[in-house]
Design a protein around this ligand. Structure first.
Ligand code: ADP
Ligand code: PHD
Length: 419
């Protein structure tokens, strides 16, 4: 069996959905298939606006209306029968969401997950109904019942044992006669609360299904030809990696290559399941395959990680920083799930480059205000060059006097600059 994943860009309008249908149709005649789908276009950003509006006490009606109009317009273009049940389903989902907003929750993060999931629920309802209309026998699967997580809202941790058992108990049978369509990005807890797996987490969902079902391969369909030496939106001259070892791909995603979610590689590598990255624009093209390959690429790749901040813990009263409870700093960073993307220490300070999550940074400031003088620099970008050469560094044309942090090793060159 195989797992396909289609992200927001691949289902952003009716023509895009028709293209996805053609890709599935070509394939589904011969094979068992699970299709993981994200929210349409930029819907998740809109869902986040609904949450923010609601928390500010503003009426989210305008955004709810936008949500309904966008999905209804796509459905109108796709469905021949204007009385098809999908139209009632869209209305009902948006109505449910409105009710959901008024129900009690124990935290803002919990509310976020209960709301944001509607993007994926809308897209999968539309796509599975459309595939059925197009005579592709399709089963709609609610992934919240199968992907079991803890209640760490906004970044649920997968319970692999239950998830694997639940997926195996049903999905293996379902794929015999149907294409199974399910949501990326969302899971559920033992108390039937919805959780999410972290922004852009649908790639990870595909890897979870692939792992649990011992897939022959997982294929994520993107708007690029595959994994390139850099983000083609940022760098003009890029080349395609045809083959990548799991470890190299894991490194690229760790440094911030947004083309694959960082959690995707591990489950697949553990079972030696190849991950294909293909273009939904040119589906017949070769793309990239990530697998158990020996050869580490030697060409340079440049990775941009935006929305970064530096937290600098500086000495107070000339006390060497290393005497100032560094162990405690690391344990609090870990407790707050603050990821260290780059780190540098000196006699007088410890600097950490991390994702610019203001609420977490505020917590750190409060915790260590008495021990260190804490400085925060925001609006930064972390640039990583793998296999750097003098030329690749020069081509970036960065004024080194404006660099906030720099680290160079034999095969990796990293710097943090104002974005
Ligand atoms: N090394 C890279 N190779 C290819 N694409 C990259 C790379 N780094 C970043 N990207 C970006 O990733 C985008 C695809 O990922 P994303 O937009 O998250 O897809 P989706 O939402 O469909 O899952 C591309 O449009 C490209 O701009
Ligand atoms: N819809 C979610 C999950 C996701 O993975 O989306 P995409 O596949 O479009 O990156 C998000 O935007 O975060």
């Amino acid at each position: 069996m195989q797992v396909f994943k289609f992200g927001g860009a691949s289902v952003k309008d009716a023509d895009a959905v028709r293209n996805v249908k053609n890709i599935i149709k070509d394939f589904s005649e011969q094979k068992e298939l699970v299709v993981v789908v994200s929210a349409m276009g930029k819907t998740t950003n809109l869902m986040e606006k609904i949450v923010v509006d609601f928390l500010k006490g503003n009426d989210p009606k305008k955004h709810l209306e936008q949500l309904k109009t966008y999905h209804t317009a796509i459905a109108k273009d796709l469905f021949e029968n204007e009385k098809a049940s999908i139209f009632t389903q869209i209305e009902k989902l948006v109505y449910d969401l409105e009710i959901r907003l008024s129900l009690r929750v124990s935290s803002e993060d919990e509310l976020y997950d209960q709301v944001v999931c509607y993007g994926e629920l809308l897209s999968t309802h539309i796509i599975s109904a459309y595939l059925n209309q197009e005579k592709i026998d399709t089963h709609f699967l609610d992934s919240r019942i199968y992907i079991q997580t803890d209640d760490n809202f906004r970044e649920g941790n997968v319970d692999w044992n239950w998830t694997s058992r639940l997926i195996n108990s049903d999905v293996k049978d379902l794929i015999q006669n149907n294409v199974v369509v399910t949501q990326g990005f969302i899971g559920g807890t033992i108390n039937n609360k919805t959780t999410t797996l972290g922004r852009e987490g649908s790639d990870f969902t595909a890897a979870i299904f692939g792992y649990c079902l011992d897939a022959e391969k997982v294929c994520i369909w993107k708007d690029v030809p595959g994994i390139m030496s850099s983000d083609p939106r940022r760098v003009e001259e890029v080349s395609l990696f045809k083959k990548l070892p799991y470890k190299y791909a894991a490194e690229l995603t760790y440094y911030g290559a947004s083309v694959i979610h960082p959690k995707t590689i591990r489950p697949l590598a553990l079972k030696n399941i190849p991950l294909y990255v293909n273009s939904f624009i040119n589906p017949a093209d070769e793309g990239t395959v990530i697998g158990d390959f020996e050869d580490y690429p030697s060409k340079s790749s440049i990775i941009f990680k935006t929305n970064q901040a530096i937290i600098r813990f500086c000495e107070k009263d000339f006390l060497n920083v290393s005497k100032g409870d560094l162990g405690l700093v690391f344990s609090e960073l870990s407790r707050l799930n603050i990821k260290i993307n780059l780190m540098k220490n000196s006699a007088l300070s410890l600097s950490i480059c991390t994702n610019n999550d203001l609420s977490k940074i505020e917590k750190i400031k409060k915790l260590f205000d008495d021990k260190f003088k804490i400085e925060v620099i925001e609006d930064l970008e972390l640039i990583t060059i793998k296999n750097h050469t003098e030329d690749t560094v020069k081509e970036l044309g960065i004024d080194l006097s404006k660099v906030h942090m720099r680290q160079i090793s034999l095969d990796t060159y990293q710097l943090v600059i104002k974005s």
